[in-house]
Design a protein around this ligand. Structure first.
Ligand code: IPE
Ligand code: IPE
Ligand code: MG
Length: 253
């Protein structure tokens, strides 16, 4: 697998950065503004971050933009967040395509308004052959739901005798995850000071380096991303072994 993901980035930098973009509401509340304004400024931070990721030669950027549990928010806010996704895809798709970004969505498309499901498919089709940054947008995503869907598909395949349960291993299990063709995140950042994963990439982040930053997402920029990357570079990734330069789990597989 590693050949597919090989690149010329400096060997000690993260190949895949995942971000829990948190703190939009608090950013707005501190300014006496409606939460929507925080979300709007969050989209601007996302644009900055995508550009910075390209400049820093990151190959995969995964962003958490709407969780399975965010349905618990008021209908008005959910509508606002869907509206911003529509705007982001419609307005930014041409620019992302011009920058050779390959856009992918993970998460359930069930329960989404039909026009949104259509837009997501369109963005993936238009950019599918691009060779630059892969931008993975986790929308209506929950890691437990993802793992459960994989378990269900595997159980069904076993019933149809397509899979032998005894030979199922990490690699063949991963083939049932939506991220099967994406390497695990090396660096996982959460903004806003909260220190939890909130149902994000639970399987994939088993050996990710976690960096929690106080900055609220609308204030995030290239300098903040570089700060997180520097923190990452100072970490000693051992993957359960002893050597400082232990190979990643996937590379050893
Ligand atoms: C992150 O900001 C955006 C989403 C979760 C969609 P929040 O809306 O969670 O902002 P806070 O946590 O209330 O500040
Ligand atoms: C996680 O943030 C989800 C996204 C950033 C999309 P939340 O703000 O929803 O998480 P909790 O509720 O604080 O755990
Ligand atoms: Mg939050």
């Amino acid at each position: 697998m590693q050949d597919v993901f090989a690149c010329d980035r400096s060997p000690d930098g993260p190949r895949h950065v995942a971000i829990i973009m948190d703190g939009n509401g608090r950013w707005a509340a501190r300014r006496g503004l409606p939460r929507l304004e925080g979300h709007r400024r969050g989209v601007e931070a996302l644009r900055r971050t995508v550009r910075a990721a390209i400049e820093l030669d990151i190959r995969f950027l995964t962003i958490y933009s709407f969780s399975s549990e965010n349905w618990r928010r008021p209908a008005q806010e959910i509508g606002d967040l869907f509206g911003l996704l529509r705007i982001f895809v419609r307005r930014d798709l041409a620019d992302l395509h011009a920058r050779s970004v390959r856009v992918r969505f993970i998460g359930s498309r069930q329960g989404l308004p039909p026009d949104i499901a259509g837009l997501l498919g369109e963005a993936e089709n238009v950019t599918g052959d691009n060779k630059g940054l892969t931008l993975v947008v986790a929308f209506n995503y929950g890691a437990r739901q993802e793992i459960l869907a994989a378990a269900r598909a595997i159980a069904e395949a076993a019933l149809r005798k397509k899979i032998e349960p005894g030979v199922l291993d990490e690699k063949s299990f991963e083939a049932f995850l939506e991220t099967s063709d994406i390497p695990d995140p090396d660096l996982l950042i959460r903004t806003s000071g909260e220190q939890r994963l909130s149902n994000f990439l639970l399987w994939q982040s088993a050996y990710s380096e976690l960096v929690f930053m106080p900055v609220l997402w609308p204030d995030f920029d290239r300098a903040a991303l570089e700060e997180a990357i520097n923190e990452f570079k100072g970490r000693d990734r051992r993957f359960g072994g002893l050597a400082a330069q232990a190979p990643s789990l996937k590379e050893r597989a």
